[in-house]
Design a protein around this ligand. Structure first.
Ligand code: 13P
Length: 339
């Protein structure tokens, strides 16, 4: 294991004022996103959309790295340069999603287990050769009246730890993502309890499997009420609950924490992150790894006219990246949205 390389990459991923752009939607998920703006989902349009995002002027100013899907890591952009080369030139670290998706867990109705461990050592080796320097694996924890089960949390955290160990063996920084879904009618306290149990279980497995926390990034979901809950929590309550949960569950030696947006609006995701970073000194850098909360406006503008709206869409992405960059410093205000 090349410890120095892991530490260097992990530190760069959560450098002050920067965060990660998640554009690793699987073919099924990107089809939904392109469909939503009336663009056909074929290889060329997927390539052109991601090319538009990654060629944003000065993208490296607030974006430290981008997580790609397998197809994108192997593709060339519109000008014939590989995405990996373009990203390195722009100061954006190439990352890769390596799990093969969340599937129904046998015996546990309504719960999902993430697959992809078989053959992972060889795939990671190839991804490293193609230029990836970090990876992502997403586990999904579902809250209902009857879930999550301990078996589901255990199985998902065990897989996350095995994945993380394989990444580090190859000099790749693992992002471990145990996403507690915000769909449901549960309250914020339930989300807190499930998030705490999940994180404590995850860090036990990472310890057992000898994963170097200084070379690992946690991608966390925020502690929020379910999207169908009648009692939505305030920005301050979400920030306080999330920080309290993390302080109770995440070792201080971890390289950093980045959040997913999980269905929050662009504005909410930025406000929550800013509020947390305003709460004073924390043991880890707290940043973003948003998918929808970085892309929503850019996708909408691009979809209206993919050829003509290229630059206008890039300006949307650049703006969200800048707003979230400010939020990593606790210096964001809603007044900046007009800038
Ligand atoms: P969202 O920010 O859209 O939740 O996506 C982040 C991600 O990568 C989920 O795995």
């Amino acid at each position: 294991m090349n410890v120095e390389q892991l530490l260097e990459t992990a530190a760069a991923m959560v450098a002050a004022g920067k965060g990660i752009l998640a554009i690793d939607e699987s073919t099924g998920t990107i089809a939904k996103r392109l469909d939503s703006v009336g663009v056909e989902c074929n290889e060329e349009n997927r390539r052109n959309y991601r090319d538009m995002l990654l060629t944003t002027t000065d993208i490296g100013e607030h974006i430290s790295g981008a997580i790609l899907f397998d197809e994108t890591l192997r593709q060339k952009g519109r000008k014939g340069v590989s995405f990996v080369d373009m990203m390195n030139e722009a100061g954006v670290i190439p990352g890769i999603k390596v799990d093969t998706g969340a599937h129904p867990m046998a015996g546990f109705d309504g719960e999902l287990i993430t697959e992809g461990l078989d053959g992972l050592r060889a795939r990671i080796k190839e991804y490293a050769e193609l230029g990836a320097r970090f990876a992502k694996w997403r586990a999904v924890i579902t809250i209902t009246d009857d879930t999550p089960s301990n078996a589901n949390i255990e199985a998902n955290c065990h897989a996350l730890a095995r994945y993380a160990a394989l990444c580090q063996e190859a000099g790749i920084v693992p992002i471990v993502e145990p996403e507690v879904l915000m769909t449901g009618s549960h309250d914020i306290d339930t989300c807190y309890d499930v998030s705490e149990l999940t994180l404590k279980t995850l860090f036990t497995h990472l310890y057992e499997q000898d994963v170097l926390l200084e070379g690992t990034i946690l991608k966390a979901s925020m502690v929020v009420a379910g999207d169908k809950s009648k009692e939505q929590a305030s920005i301050e309550d979400v920030a306080e609950a999330t920080i309290s949960c993390l302080l109770n569950s995440v070792p201080a030696s971890l390289a950093g924490i980045v959040f997913l947006s999980g269905g929050q609006s662009e504005l909410e995701a930025t406000q929550h992150l800013n509020e947390m970073n305003m709460m004073g000194s924390l043991p880890w850098a707290l940043s973003f790894s948003y998918g929808r909360a970085l892309q929503a406006s850019a996708l909408k503008v691009w979809g209206e006219n993919p050829d003509d709206n290229h630059t206008a869409a890039q300006q949307e992405l650049a703006h969200r990246a800048r707003m979230n960059g400010m939020a990593t410093l606790g210096k964001y205000t809603t007044n900046m949205e007009g800038s």
